[in-house]
Design a protein around this ligand. Structure first.
Ligand SMILES: NC(=O)c1ccc[n+]([C@@H]2O[C@H](COP(=O)([O-])OP(=O)(O)OC[C@H]3O[C@@H](n4cnc5c(N)ncnc54)[C@H](OP(=O)(O)O)[C@@H]3O)[C@@H](O)[C@H]2O)c1
Length: 198
């Protein structure tokens, strides 16, 4: 949901969400993207929600490396539990700067659309490695994201078979040849690029 993340706006929006969800606490509350409200005000609102017990943790989404630097410089900014950004085999731009900076600051990245909304699963390199390991292409795509330290992923799946294939990603270990094949098909960035969003 979109709302102005001013101190009053964020608190009021959270209270509406709690009511709609019928819960007393939201585990993780995210700022969807930067808006016109100063970040310091949003952080104060989120910290207030936390001390009032209305949220257990807060984070941000679609923040690039400079947004994160600004956030970490604020009072309370290091309480940010995660930055949710687009990341999958076909969208590796954040490896250049955002992932290393977040790792240094111990802020986990949460990869959204980690299956490339299904498109990446049709790529021959992904299919070949899936066949080699006897798993689904989604298992390969997700395991590739999750093999990295400080990385969370939120695939969306609406059927049980997909959920099972996604869960199997936790048990898949790549060998160096797999990673070489995937790097050749989906090259790592060789310079900075604007944060990709959908
Ligand atoms: N913060 C942001 O700005 C932002 C932006 C976009 C998305 N998101 C969040 O990211 C999450 C997921 O992103 P997404 O839905 O865009 O993309 P995604 O998770 O990469 O892909 C979802 C698609 O992949 C299919 N799928 C899932 N598991 C599969 C499997 N094992 N085998 C084959 N197909 C499979 C799903 O089909 P079925 O549903 O039929 O299983 C669905 O069509 C959502 O929670 C969304 O809210 C956040």
């Amino acid at each position: 949901m979109r709302f102005p993340c001013s101190r009053r706006g964020a608190v009021a929006a959270c209270e509406r969400s709690l009511k709609r969800l019928g819960v007393e606490t939201i585990d993780l509350y995210l700022l969807h993207w930067r808006g016109s409200v100063p970040l310091a005000e949003t952080v104060k609102a989120f910290e207030q929600l936390k001390s009032d017990g209305k949220i257990a943790a807060w984070g941000v989404s679609n923040f690039d490396a400079s947004d994160m630097a600004e956030l970490w410089a604020l009072d309370g900014g290091h309480a940010c539990a995660t930055n949710q950004v687009l990341y999958h085999l076909g969208e590796r731009g954040i490896e250049w700067d955002l992932i290393p900076r977040c790792r240094e600051q111990r802020t986990p990245i949460m990869a959204y659309s980690p299956l490339g909304q299904g498109e990446i699963l049709l790529e021959p390199a992904v299919e070949d490695i899936a066949e080699k390991h006897g798993v689904a292409p989604a298992t390969v795509a997700l395991a590739w994201v999750l093999r990295q330290e400080g990385m969370i992923a939120i695939p969306k799946a609406a059927n049980l078979g997909h959920v099972r294939a996604n869960a199997a990603a936790l048990g898949l270990a790549f060998d160096p040849a797999d990673l070489k094949t995937l790097d050749a098909a989906f090259p790592a960035p060789n310079g900075p690029s604007p944060l990709a969003i959908i």
